[in-house]
Design a protein around this ligand. Sequence first.
Ligand code: PGA
Length: 251
Amino acid sequence: MRRRICAGNWKMFKTGDEASAFVEQFVESVAQVPANVETIICPPFTALEATGAALRRTQGGIGRVKLGAQNMHWEKEGAFTGEISAPMLLALGVQFVILGHSERRRYFGETDEYVRMKTRAALLAQLTPIVAVGEPLEIRETGETQEYVLAQVRAALSDLQPQERSRITIAYEPVWAIGTGRNCDPAEANDVMRAIRACLDGLHDVPILYGGSVKADNIAQYAAQPDIDGALVGGASLSPTEFARLAKEAA
Ligand code: PGA
């Protein structure tokens, strides 16, 4: 069976207590999810510790449900007010980190150059970066989606050796489909994702996730596509029952 990944991006939602309550329910439901599906929860920084503790308590060591973060700085430490580094995430049991999410790019000035430095820093620290790419609506309308997205991918990976590239995960998220309920046609998403895979120089095992208004009711259509290995999920990952149902449907 194909390996599947469902990563929940909680964005700026949930306190530590709310995250612990989520984990209690989610871990129970995940017992019914087929073993080929890996689930990752990416809470805000302030809930990472509580989420990690709840996962260890309920799973006896971090097991099937893994912990991820939503961002990090590229330096290990330094005078960077308000930032968090890879070693700080590792110390909390974090294994994955989303980098270059379109909300970071759009609202916080995250550039391809930052994403490149962060991707390299994450890999050096033995974190798995989930590098997010995707075109805004105006690019989609000009028909230049693939060029735009491939330029983001190439920029993020430009510093990496082939063996480092093989340790990343990519998330393709059309910006206009995020949080809008406006779905990208699965076959169209797959075309972009096939092009991403082709630019990874034979690294066939790099997981490529689709993101943008993915729900339990539509994940199966995406998962049926040959180049879609799973999903990066925002809104639908906030409810333990919905996210568990989504993971089950992804199998
Ligand atoms: P959404 O968000 O599932 O709420 O559209 C996806 C994301 O931003 O990763």
